[in-house]
Design a protein around this ligand. Structure first.
Ligand code: 8GP
Length: 795
């Protein structure tokens, strides 16, 4: 949009007066932010309404991305950037005596997710708007987001995230689009005169689902899409006791803070059905405004199941088609399969959702009947060809459990993993039986990120340098970063690149100083590992690397100075992960208080990792630690964000690391460790002995002993727990097996650091190759291969 500074300043002052009946300069920073956000919302609302009207008028096929998690991050900066008015607004703010960064920082960061899967969902919404695809989000408006993390005596403490304490400026309550979601009760099937069946419900618990819509503003293209989040409320007019009201409100009160386990609780099941049913119902209502024949649904609607949490969309859509529309089973099933598609995000067995049939039937009696019929027909259709054993292994119901991943595959026309390796492993292991039956459904869609947030907004210095070097086309199409490689031999450019990195390090160092009182020298390597705390991600291996350096320096060895920066939340119920957090904080205390380590080796664990903190850390990183055991990390996306900011990846050949290496070149990244097939062989042969490695490698021996011999303060029980996982339980994630090669790889990075020009060249190769990992391309591949939804603008 076009906007002059003068007009902006006048609008802003008027908005402040209108909202708070006061002058801008008398408002709190939060109020200043809110007035600005409401003003910007007003600027794009016409386009928002117009985008919806255009989709309807042109009867474009629309995609609905069902996800139990979204992590949009702060939206002010990104909305301003995408509207093309960021510079004007910042100039106006400055002229009004306000600091733009301070105003941005007053925005709450909605943590409506746990990690990768939730952030990916939001990146996709941003990307779809930016390439002009008709894509909508469908999820839950949790009243409390992911817990706020503090450290008390080195332990993780979880505080509630009351993110709605102040009104959330970007959302719009759409009371007129509310729908009713039914739980429990009994259901009877009656024949209609035409022979179709009607489901008659008795004694159900009805809940009102009220949507709150947030605009997803496209980049420089006037497209504004919608993320719709549902809130549970008592049905108006009913005489509800306080207790009933509380029970209804509980459905959307909290986000399950777990990124690994199946939260095997009835409330979680209620959450899943709540947003899935509300989403399906509102899609059908909208569809019916334009079409009479529900058989046309797949021509106009695609529904994507983001991991299994919304997998009962298979059953809910069947319910609507059978019961409400009176369709026969075969027609309804065909339409359902054509409409739905599914992404798997993890190979971790413990994350595979299953629901006890008894619980399911009680809460969702009609869906349970339909599930039984899906199971019966699946078995009947495939047993003869594939044998009872195979079909039994992958049927939707077995041993009294509903297996949601299998249901999702059976009820979808397309199934994908999130990196090439992951998609291959899905076919070879987790879903291999269903791959036998439905090979044509399986495909890969490597994840992507939004460089607008992670480079343009988070790294203005790098962005400016790129602009002056190759122009600004990369901002629209990040593949246009490739020509940067022409600067590989340009010492002046490489120096400027280092200078930009230094500015980011300065900013992060200032934050760390304020938060933790630590000094981080700017000439040190900033070595970053930021992601959920999980055994398979092997933060422990990183800690072992730190202790190796500690012992070496103690021993008089000289190493380039390194700051080890961690950000990670542990699921509150995940004991081992919390023990590792305590360990990292213990190692930090040991090292950061040792005068011999000053300026050489420090451990910096910044609490409350999330989207906003990532924006501060990522631009400052020199090394990106992506060190999961090969075959365990589905894709990773912090690996992409860090590479696009010029960090060198220290990586196992896991997830998308492999594709990053292919893109940036073998010399732009340092890899180590067992490969997926070596891991599989080692595990199958039962030849692995952690104890033998412990006995054979003196450094490793020493480090493992440090866990229990009192060298590290405050970890008595946690140290024992971790040591026992390594030695008594034989090291599930092969930390000891990869230790030696990890240290060797890390030393290669130390050596490269001594040659600043070569380091800068490797950083440049990463930046130049990062464009292909833009989510803009990922969603277009989904659009082409899976959803049949094409971009209308953009790249
Ligand atoms: C994550 C994967 O761990 C990560 O590798 C991938 O990049 C990301 O998804 C996006 O595809 N998985 C999850 O976040 C996940 O499985 N969460 C569900 C258990 C809640």
């Amino acid at each position: 949009m076009t906007l002059s500074k003068k007009r902006f300043m006048a609008d802003y002052q008027a908005e402040a007066l209108h909202l708070f009946a006061d002058k801008l300069e008398h408002l709190s920073t939060l109020q200043q932010y809110q007035a600005l956000a409401f003003l910007i919302k007003g600027y794009y609302s016409t386009n928002w309404a117009q985008t919806k009207a255009t989709y309807d008028r042109q009867q474009q096929k629309q995609l609905y991305y069902f996800s139990i998690e979204f992590m949009p991050g702060r939206l002010l900066g990104s909305n301003l950037l995408n509207l093309g008015i960021k510079d004007t607004v910042e100039a106006g703010l400055s002229e009004l005596g306000l600091d733009p960064e301070t105003v941005y920082a007053a925005e709450v960061d909605p943590g409506l997710g746990n990690g990768g899967l939730g952030r990916l969902a939001s990146a996709f919404l941003d990307a779809m708007a930016s390439v002009g695809m008709a894509g909508n989000g469908n999820g839950i408006r949790y009243q409390y987001g992911l817990f706020q993390q503090r450290f008390v005596d080195g332990y993780q403490v979880e505080l509630p995230d009351d993110w709605l304490r102040n009104p959330y400026a970007w959302e719009t309550r759409k009371e007129n689009r509310a729908v009713i979601v039914r739980f429990g009760g009994t259901v009877n099937l009656m024949s209609r005169p035409d022979g179709s069946l009607e489901a008659v419900y008795h004694d159900t618990d009805d809940v009102l689902a009220v949507p709150y819509d947030t605009a997803m503003v496209g980049y420089h293209n006037q497209v504004v899409n919608t993320m719709r989040l549902w809130s549970a409320e008592p049905v108006p007019g009913g005489a509800h006791s306080l207790e009933e009201k509380a029970r209804v409100n509980a459905i959307t009160q909290i986000l399950y803070p777990d990124d690994s386990d199946t939260a095997g609780r009835e409330l979680r099941l209620r959450q899943e059905y709540f947003f899935t049913s509300a989403g399906v119902q509102s899609i059908i209502t909208h569809f019916r405004r334009y079409h009479h024949d529900l058989r046309l649904l797949p021509q106009f609607v695609a529904i994507h199941i983001n991991d299994t949490h919304p997998a009962m969309a298979v059953l809910e859509l069947m319910r609507v088609l059978l019961d409400d529309a009176g369709m026969d089973w075969d027609t309804a099933w065909q339409i359902t399969v054509k409409t739905l598609s599914y992404t798997n995000h993890t190979l971790m067995a413990e994350a595979l959702e299953t629901w006890p049939q008894s619980m399911f039937s009680q809460l969702l009696p009609r869906l349970a009947q339909i599930a039984g019929e899906v199971d019966r027909r699946f078995r009947a259709a495939y047993t003869r060809r594939f044998g009872e054993l195979l079909v039994d292994r992958c049927a939707p119901i077995a041993d009294g459990q509903l297996r949601m991943a299998y249901l999702a595959v059976i009820g979808s026309h397309a199934v994908n993993g999130v990196a090439k390796l992951h998609s291959k492993l899905l076919q070879q292991s987790l879903l291999k039986d269903l791959y036998m039956i439905f090979p044509e459904r399986f495909n890969n869609k490597t994840n992507g990120i939004t460089p607008r947030r992670w480079v343009q907004i988070a790294n203005p210095d790098l962005s400016a340098l790129i602009d002056t070097t190759i122009g600004t086309n990369w901002r629209r199409d990040p593949r246009e970063l490739v020509p940067l490689v022409a600067q590989l031999e340009d010492p002046q450019f490489l120096t400027q690149l280092q200078a930009a990195k230094r500015v980011n390090k300065q900013r992060l160092a200032a934050l760390v100083h304020t938060e933790l009182g630590l000094e981080m020298p700017l000439d040190a390597i900033y070595d970053v590992q930021i992601k959920r705390l999980h055994a398979y991600k092997r933060q422990l291996l990183h800690v072992f690397g730190i202790l190796e350096a500690y012992l070496a320096i103690k021993n008089g060895e000289s190493r380039p100075p390194r700051m080890h920066i961690f950000g990670a939340k542990a699921a509150p119920s995940y004991r081992y992960a919390k023990a590792v957090i305590r360990l990292i904080n213990g190692v930090a205390e040991l090292i950061n208080h040792d005068p011999e380590m000053a300026g050489k080796l420090q451990v910096v664990f910044i609490p409350n990792y999330g989207v906003s903190l990532a924006e501060q850390i990522i631009p400052a990183a020199d090394i990106s630690e992506q060190i999961s055991l090969a075959g365990t990390e589905a894709s990773g996306t912090s690996n992409m964000k860090l590479m696009s900011n010029g960090a060198l990846t220290l990586a196992t050949l896991d997830g998308a690391n492999i594709e990053i290496q292919e893109a940036a070149g073998a010399d732009a990244m340092v890899t180590f460790g067992l490969t997926t097939s070596e891991v599989a062989q080692l595990q199958a042969s039962h030849a692995y002995s952690a104890k033998a490695l412990y006995a054979a490698n003196p450094t490793l021996h020493r480090i493992v002993d440090m866990l229990t011999d009192g060298s590290i303060p405050g970890i008595a029980s946690e140290g024992r727990e971790i040591a026992s996982e390594l030695l008594e339980y034989n090291d599930t994630y092969l930390v000891l097996a990869d230790f030696a090669s990890y240290i060797a790889a890390s030393k290669r990075l130390d050596a490269l650091w001594q040659k600043p020009q070569q380091w800068a060249q490797a950083a440049l190769k990463n930046i130049a190759a990062s464009g292909q990992f833009s989510a803009d391309f990922t969603v277009q591949r989904y659009g082409r291969d899976v959803w049949d939804v094409l971009p209308t603008t953009g790249i």
